[in-house]
Design a protein around this ligand. Structure first.
Ligand SMILES: Cc1cc2nc3c(=O)[nH]c(=O)nc-3n(C[C@H](O)[C@H](O)[C@H](O)COP(=O)(O)O)c2cc1C
Length: 187
């Protein structure tokens, strides 16, 4: 594994008036204080992935970027107690390129802070042999959570969770990279 490791940050919402960029920008700004990982930002709104109605011009490029990553963070809202459909398309586009790598969550929504979306995603990623880290960053009541300059009004809990999550990601990234180097993961 190269040092610093490569962290792919995936922004899941593709809605035209999404709040996702505010959340992702906040995360990336504070992430830098806890790791020197080289970030590759994969914004699903900017990618053409294969859907039921065709498309998919970026499928190969997306798969390559997942392959190059040593670890992942998914920034996701909660929609009807689930996660966005385009995120499922993105997850289903690569396959073994996800394997034996760690992943953390930044989630947001109403009172639950996106927790139900995250719990569903843990089962999906388990199927792909992705190790999801325990601590996630939750941003409840997201539409009231940010000041106009993009900081959290109550930064304490989310900043503490971010530091903890990045510590867990860092540990798993190095452990799994070493293990993958020693022996190919058989699945
Ligand atoms: C179709 C839809 C369903 C939603 N369902 C939930 C929900 O079940 N739980 C929740 O906490 N928030 C829910 N919300 C609120 C969203 O989490 C909130 O609008 C958030 O801004 C969405 O992220 P985005 O703006 O980046 O797309 C829903 C929003 C939409 C558009």
């Amino acid at each position: 594994m190269s040092d610093p490791y490569r962290l792919a940050v995936i922004t899941a919402s593709v809605r035209p008036d999404r709040i996702a960029p505010t959340v992702t920008r906040w995360f990336l700004r504070h992430l830098a204080a806890h790791t020197d990982a080289a970030v590759d930002h994969l914004d699903l709104a900017a990618l053409d992935l294969p859907g039921d109605l065709g498309g998919g011009a970026d499928a190969e490029r997306f798969t390559k970027r997942v392959e190059r990553a040593d670890a992942f963070v998914v920034v996701t809202p909660e929609y009807n107690h689930g996660y966005p459909g385009p995120l499922k398309t993105a997850i289903d586009t690569p396959y073994e390129q996800w394997r034996a790598k760690p992943l953390g969550f930044v989630s947001y929504g109403g009172a639950s802070g996106g927790l139900r979306a995250v719990e569903q995603l843990r089962t999906v990623f388990a199927e792909l042999h992705v190790v999801t880290v325990r601590t996630g960053v939750l941003i409840p009541n997201v539409h009231d959570a940010f000041t106009t300059d993009g900081e959290l009004r109550d930064p304490g809990p989310a900043r503490a969770a971010l530091a903890e999550m990045v510590g867990q990601l860092d540990w798993w990234t190095r452990a799994l990279a070493r293990a993958r180097q020693e022996r190919a993961y058989a699945g």
